[in-house]
Ligand binder design. Structure first.
Ligand SMILES: [Zn+2]
Length: 440
């Protein structure tokens, strides 16, 4: 046995939503091989490494269904703007000047450090030079669905959509069958990618059986653009070009009608809800209670750190729960249990990974985190699920395990050199600052 975590409450998120308090988890290699009481596990197994989780909760690693990892490099670069202004006046120009393989490597390592420290074990990414992101992600030990961006104007890693498609296919072939990385195409959105390219993405995905990541109906402006061009809603256009299905993750889905929700439900298309980004950019309120009532698979995301401004999934859970209570006037909208599901087992389902991760169950990969619950802020604890959503913060994560490998133990990093990662990011930030100043 390689690893035993024992003595803490185990929030399994299995079908019965069992909570063992105290419980224990035994891991062999990359897999969970037993879940039980500390006595049972102690009797049956002796492990190379044992982690005492007393005073903590053991929870499935959190699943961030939408981010742009290297954009941590633009954290706080342009705040307090609406999406279209923010993108077109600040982010796209900054990216044109600064996105490079080096930027993406340094940014991904910084994002990985933050994710490991705040309990995210799997993330879905949409960015450029996704092969570099994949290598940095693997080196950090994280699991990810990585979407190579395809967009309708020249960008750092492709002059044309056709070039982006070729790059995407090469990326998919290079990482096919990887244990940690699921490669995918990521057409940026319906308003930045033309019909021919969207259909080519559908064919590419069908050929290689990949997920597809896309932004959908994020703002009211987008709805107007798609209506003007195609005389239908974004969700209808998405269906028309064939980019719907259980392998598709539509980020945001803020501006949708009941008919749009029916399309997403009927086709099994998943939605990634990003409450903090939607609030910060004033994009609107996604109708999450209506999605949940309709049975749409809704995962949670942080979006990129330029619009959040962090990658803390605990905050995303809490904000999701608060936003929908506030918006609906119903305190039962998105209860704690639903928020925790969106960040674990349902998020895993959104990414097509729920048979592998998302819960602490025998046979699944050991992707789990140990969250401290013995400080002043967490005391007393009557209900672990309530505390995970309404009290815990990313900083409370003590230990992070992915694929059976301990990436951080007691806040000590094992796969990343924290000082080097931070120093590299600060050095690169000086270049970003210069490049952006030159465009103003
Ligand atoms: Zn996004």
């Amino acid at each position: 046995m390689s690893l035993v975590i024992t003595g803490g409450g185990v929030v399994t998120m299995d079908a019965a939503r069992r909570i063992l308090s105290p419980g224990a988890v035994a891991v062999d290699g990359r897999d969970i091989v037993a879940v039980g009481t500390p006595e049972e596990i102690g009797r049956r197994f002796s492990a190379a490494e044992t982690i005492d989780a007393a005073g903590s909760l053991v929870v499935p690693g959190l699943v961030n269904t939408h981010t742009h990892a290297p954009m941590v490099m633009y954290r706080g670069l342009a705040d307090d703007l609406a999406l279209m202004d923010w993108l077109q006046k600040y982010i796209f120009p900054a990216e044109a000047k600064t996105v490079s393989p080096e930027m993406v490597r340094i940014g991904t390592r910084l994002a990985a450090l933050e994710m490991i420290q705040s309990g995210t074990t799997t993330f879905a990414d949409m960015y450029y030079f996704e092969d570099e992101i994949a290598r940095a992600t693997k080196a950090a030990g994280l699991r990810a669905v990585l979407g190579q961006t395809i967009i309708g104007f020249p960008v750092a890693d492709a002059k044309t959509p056709a070039e982006a498609l070729r790059r995407t296919e090469a990326f998919i072939e290079a990482f096919a069958g990887d244990d940690l990385i699921t490669p995918a195409p990521a057409p940026h959105s319906l308003y930045t990618v033309d019909e021919q390219t969207l259909r080519a993405v559908r064919d590419l995905s069908a050929r290689h059986r990949t997920p597809i990541l896309i932004h959908l109906a994020e703002t009211e402006d987008e709805v107007g653009i798609i209506r003007d061009r195609h005389t239908m809603s974004p969700a209808s256009w998405l269906e028309k070009v064939g980019l719907v299905g259980p392998n598709v993750v539509a980020a945001h889905g803020v501006w949708v009608t009941d008919d749009d929700i029916a399309i997403l439900k009927r086709t099994g298309t998943a939605v990634s809800h990003n409450p903090e980004s939607n609030m910060k950019l004033a994009s609107g309120t996604a109708p999450v209670p209506r999605y949940l009532a309709a049975g749409v698979t809704v995962g949670l995301g942080t979006d990129g750190a330029a619009s959040n401004n962090d990658l803390d999934m605990f905050e995303a859970m809490r904000q999701a729960a608060f936003l929908h209570k506030h918006a609906s006037g119903d305190p039962q909208a998105v209860p704690a249990a639903a928020a925790l599901e969106m960040a674990t087992i349902v998020g895993a389902r959104a990414l097509g990974l729920d048979r592998v991760i998302g819960s602490i169950e025998v046979g699944k990969r050991a992707d789990l985190i140990v969250v401290a619950m013995d400080g002043a802020r967490q005391t007393p604890m009557y209900n672990p699920v309530s505390h995970l959503v309404y009290v815990a913060r990313g900083d409370d994560v003590r230990t992070t395990v992915v694929n059976g490998k301990v990436l951080m133990r007691d806040r000590r990093m094992r796969t990343l050199d924290e000082r080097v990662v931070l120093a590299d990011a600060r050095a690169l930030a000086a270049k970003v600052r210069e490049a952006v100043a030159a465009t103003r």
